[in-house]
Design a protein around this ligand. Structure first.
Ligand SMILES: [Ca+2]
Ligand SMILES: [Ca+2]
Ligand SMILES: [Ca+2]
Length: 136
């Protein structure tokens, strides 16, 4: 039983490593604007700002959950245009005061929390090795 569990765990680890490295290269390059192979806090913040603008479809400076749903295409094309979509964990995590409106401050706060978590060696920047899912 122990052996089976061990094998299962190893397979799980291997497959998660594979997806992590795919994630790594595709996202990392877009954030590391000066191609230094390190993401510093400034690059992380400007990435979060670009990300936020992409979500803010009507450009009013806040991201309501409905905008978030549309920007991320969370509602399947077969459901009604106003079909309710469950609030995602990512949105809940960012929406500190739970008013289903994301402000840039709320959004950047999560970015900086993720930055701290990713920066394992605490040198103030994120290397390719440190950059793992879900990223920034
Ligand atoms: Ca908006
Ligand atoms: Ca909020
Ligand atoms: Ca680091």
């Amino acid at each position: 039983m122990k052996t089976i569990l061990f094998i299962a765990t190893s397979v799980l680890l291997i497959s998660s490593n594979v997806s992590a490295s795919t994630f790594n290269s595709s996202q990392f390059l877009g954030i590391d604007r000066d191609a230094s192979n390190e993401i510093d806090e400034k690059e992380a913040v400007s990435f979060r700002k670009r990300y936020f603008s992409g979500l803010d479809l009507d450009g009013n400076g806040t991201v309501e959950f409905e905008e978030y749903v549309k920007a991320n295409k969370l509602r399947s094309s077969v459901s009604a245009a106003d079909a309710p979509v469950p609030v995602t964990d990512e949105y809940k995590e960012a929406d500190k005061n739970a008013d289903t409106i994301l402000t840039l401050d709320e959004f950047l706060a999560i970015g900086s929390k993720r930055f701290q978590l990713l920066d394992k060696d605490k040198n103030g920047s994120i290397s390719r090795e440190e950059f793992v899912s879900p990223g920034l």
